[in-house]
Design a protein around this ligand. Structure first.
Ligand SMILES: Nc1ncnc2c1ncn2[C@@H]1O[C@H](COP(=O)(O)OP(=O)(O)OP(=O)(O)O)[C@@H](O)[C@H]1O
Length: 703
């Protein structure tokens, strides 16, 4: 039994880069909402940088004045004055650049932080189906490396592409004014440079995207290796895992080298062409000075200006490269941000498991005709709830019982239409106190192929208020999937689920999660204290911690170094599997939920602890409506009735003994469980003497 988590893959394939429909500029413009609050500072910083660059351009003019004036006339005082001006100008330039940096540092770190916070918030709200699809490393790299690239872009290339453009323009005007023929010589490489830069940008965009995706894949492997270190060590998979890592690292290195080659090429061209032009201008200028057509001071000023423009021109190559990487990072960031969040209520249909619509037509028909028909596409929660309530009461009038009518007979609704029609006719939902109902529920995972059969194909099941029902089925029959639909980890593809007659899709997430608590076989704990982990199950973080620990037989926490205040470490790996499961169970019951969904929550416990937990759980279950996935007869016996899930439908419902007698498939499944050591006892077996147990079981039993 497993929580439906992302399918395990040692290497997650690179997410293919979407076609680059947007230009880099249009992509980068999407950053505007984040940059907006910092706009004033950015503009001031850019103006300060332009001023600093222009101050730099005045230096050649002072040189010209010195060469043609004080130096030519031997005026020592004038030379000192010129030198002082040069010193002041250089100092002012440095000061202004420092000011620019100071102006942007704080607001830009704020931009990065708020983008990261938004990404995190969004990730929390994306449906489970999204997380099934996306490798965690891809998400991590978007939240770290990509955002760092964006901050660097906003701090540097964004300003300097503008500043350098203005500087080059002013410098070119100064050169043309000094000697237009020399100016034209220096300007000659402009056209080939622009053409080359455009070609470079296109090629670099592709490689930059590949590299950033590969960083994401590498992050995934590192993360999986760290989290799965026990498996890797246990199975001696160091070498194969290292090989996977090496291959990905080699690919990334190859891509980085391609980036470096492209950069080297463009930089080489950007540096060489202007240098050649300056050299030609120097020769032509020297000839003109020799001919007396140009003053030496003008030539010095011209060449100094040309040299002052070298850096703004040369830097364009890597500024473009950084901008391109920022555009890719922006695209990657918004690929995640553009994913639709789980909605709060009825209008949220379609967020999770909605891609299997085709096979879901029967259930959809039920929904359209019966329950939400009165308010299709209800725009807000209240309207949707009204619609759900109306549907529920309308159905209540028709009388009858779903499970008994359709499920127990084994003749569930057919795949297309029959089920919908049947359900619509026989559809019955009570109001308050109706318990938990699955009505013609269809489900297909969003990433399933169109030809794959749905996991659930018209499930009808009614768990009466206060009743506990065990769900039994062969492995892969869809038990975990069915339980995941109740807290809306996925949305049904068709049909509906009601709590006390109210469609769960008409409820807000908060409302739903306040009423339903879940515990899975694979318990997930967080890096927090035991108490915090358990109290996560209570709506407001408040609950009867002691009672919950008692129900889950988790008294072992009192033996931990700091009791309930003990930190459990990352994923609670410092605890045993059984201890983690008991904490997860405590978390499920701490909020005293009206509905409890337990996915084989006792599988890791030894028989005696299981018996003790079951005894305590019986009291909780007495006033809770519970759906319990069970593999073992002992867990089945916790429940009032049992439902057999097979081929996507509920094939039989009854008590354990009834089904053992009347249903061969059920008897077979339970016989299998007994063969593997379970007794199928109707009461918890008396604890065996401690010395008959494994050391872990003995320890657990003692506790
Ligand atoms: N996230 C997912 N994406 C796509 N298919 C999935 C996903 N999770 C489960 N499945 C598929 O859905 C089917 C039902 O799986 P599910 O985990 O619900 O079965 P189960 O009855 O709980 O099995 P078990 O008893 O082994 O845990 C399986 O065929 C499984 O491969």
């Amino acid at each position: 039994m497993s929580v439906p988590v992302r399918r395990l893959a040692i290497v997650t394939p690179v997410k293919p880069a979407p076609p680059t429909e947007r230009s880099a500029v249009r992509t980068l413009l999407r950053l505007w909402p984040y940059v907006r609050p910092a706009r004033a500072r950015l503009v001031i910083a850019a103006l300060v940088a332009v001023l600093a660059s222009c101050v730099g351009l005045v230096i050649p003019l002072v040189l010209k004045w010195m060469v043609d004036g004080p130096i030519a006339s031997g005026d020592t005082g004038g030379v000192w004055l010129g030198a002082l001006w040069l010193l002041l100008l250089g100092f002012a330039e440095a000061l202004l650049f420092g000011l620019r940096r100071w102006l942007v540092a704080r607001p830009l770190s704020h931009v990065e932080a708020s983008m990261r916070a938004d990404l995190y918030r969004h990730l929390q709200r994306l449906p489970v189906a999204f997380h099934d699809r996306w490798a965690s490393g891809q998400l991590l790299s978007r939240g770290t490396t990509d955002l760092m690239l964006l901050r660097m872009f906003l701090a540097f290339p964004l300003t300097f592409l503008f500043v350098n453009a203005v500087t080059i323009l002013v410098g070119v005007v100064i050169m043309l004014l000094q000697d237009w023929t020399l100016g034209l010589v220096v300007l000659a490489p402009t056209v080939p440079l622009v053409v080359l830069c455009v070609a470079f940008e296109t090629r670099y965009a592709r490689v930059a995207r590949l590299s950033q995706d590969q960083v994401g894949d590498l992050t995934t492997v590192v993360e999986e290796s760290v989290l799965g270190i026990r498996i890797i060590k246990g199975f001696g998979r160091h070498r194969s895992q290292a090989r996977v890592f090496r291959d990905l690292a080699r690919n990334l290195r190859g891509t980085e080298l391609r980036k470096a080659r492209l950069l080297a090429m463009i930089w080489g061209v950007i540096v060489t062409l202007p240098e050649i032009a300056i050299a030609v201008a120097l020769v032509v200028g020297a000839v003109q000075v020799a001919d007396g057509a140009l003053s030496a001071g003008t030539l010095v000023a011209f060449l100094s200006t040309a040299l002052a423009l070298r850096w703004p021109v040369e830097s364009i190559g890597f500024l473009l490269a950084m901008s391109q990487e920022a555009a890719t990072a922006t695209a990657r960031y918004f690929e995640v941000m553009d994913e639709e969040e789980e909605g709060a209520g009825a209008d949220a249909r379609g967020t999770g498991g909605r891609t299997g619509r085709g096979a879901a037509s029967a259930g959809a028909a039920v929904k359209a005709g019966g329950v939400l028909g009165g308010a299709p596409g209800a725009a807000d929660d209240d309207r949707a709830r009204d619609a759900g309530g109306a549907g529920a009461s309308a159905e209540a009038e028709t009388g009858g019982a779903l499970v008994e009518a359709a499920g127990a007979s084994g003749g569930g609704p057919g795949p297309a239409g029959a089920g919908g029609g049947g359900r619509a006719g026989a559809g019955v939902s009570g109001g308050a106190g109706d318990g938990l109902r699955f009505e013609g529920v269809w489900f297909r995972y969003p990433d399933a192929g169109a030809e794959d059969p749905p996991v659930l194909a018209g499930v009808d099941l009614h768990i009466r208020a206060g009743e506990s029902l065990a769900l039994v089925g062969a492995t892969g029959s869809g038990k975990t999937t069915l339980t995941a639909l109740v807290p809306r980890m996925y949305d049904v593809s068709g049909g509906r689920i009601t709590l006390d007659g109210e469609d769960i899709e008409g409820m807000t997430r908060e409302e739903l999660r306040a009423r339903v608590a879940v515990a899975f076989e694979e318990p997930t704990l967080f890096s927090a204290t035991v108490g915090e982990n358990v109290l996560m199950g209570a709506v407001d973080g408040e609950g009867d911690l002691a009672r919950a620990l008692d129900v889950a037989q988790a008294s072992f926490v009192h033996d931990l170094p700091r009791g309930v205040d003990t930190e459990v470490g990352e994923q609670g790996l410092s605890l045993s599997g059984g201890q983690r499961q008991r904490l997860a169970l405590a978390r499920a019951v701490v909020g005293r939920p009206a509905f409890l969904v337990l996915d084989d929550p006792l599988s890791a416990l030894d028989v005696h602890t299981e018996a003790a937990v079951e005894a305590a759980l019986r009291h909780v279950l007495a006033d809770t409506t519970a759906l319990i996935v069970a593999h073992r007869p002992s867990t089945v016996l916790l429940a009032d009735r049992v439902a057999l899930l097979s081929e996507g439908r509920v094939k039989a419902v009854g008590t354990h003994q009834e089904l053992l007698r009347t249903n061969a498939e059920y008897a077979h499944l339970m016989a299998g469980a007994q063969d593997t050591g379970d007794t199928g006892r109707s009461d918890p077996a008396p604890p065996a003497p401690h010395d008959a147990l494994t050391p872990r079981a003995q320890e657990d039993a003692r506790r």
